[in-house]
Design a protein around this ligand. Structure first.
Ligand SMILES: O=C(CO)COP(=O)(O)O
Length: 124
């Protein structure tokens, strides 16, 4: 089963829900995890089974990074808000860096997320 993490900053959460809705059939076949608030919205609004970790500012990005670094993740969809400073910027950078260190696909905007999800779906 493909393991995907879904994370979105506050001003990108509506876009994340819309993206997940577009790919709902595929995401229902995946093992999903997310930071607390993002995962909670995907669960309540789309009925997806998402393992909700801590909220991002409380360490959720780091939890996902740890999973990724230990081989527990196949892709990260991380809709970052490039216009709003985040208190946990070091955690965000660490998570994206972990993707590069471990060569895990990481989409940080909707267009690239569509490509990653489309490719995963085709190869699954
Ligand atoms: O801050 C986040 C990622 O850096 C997202 O966290 P939430 O999904 O809990 O809002």
């Amino acid at each position: 089963m493909i393991r995907i993490a879904l994370v979105a900053h506050d001003r990108k959460k509506d876009a994340m829900v819309a993206l997940a809705r577009e790919h709902l059939g595929f995401l229902q076949t995946c093992q999903l995890m997310g930071t607390g608030t993002t995962g909670g919205r995907l669960k309540s609004e789309l009925g997806l089974a998402v393992e909700c970790l801590l909220s991002g500012p409380l360490g959720g990005d780091l939890q996902i990074g740890a999973r990724l670094a230990t081989g527990g993740l196949d892709a990260l969809i991380f809709l970052r808000d490039p216009m709003t400073p985040q208190p946990h910027e070091p955690d965000i950078n660490a998570l994206v860096r972990a993707c590069d260190v471990h060569d895990v696909p990481c989409a940080t905007n909707v267009s690239s997320a569509r490509m990653v999800l489309g490719a995963l779906q085709r190869y699954s």
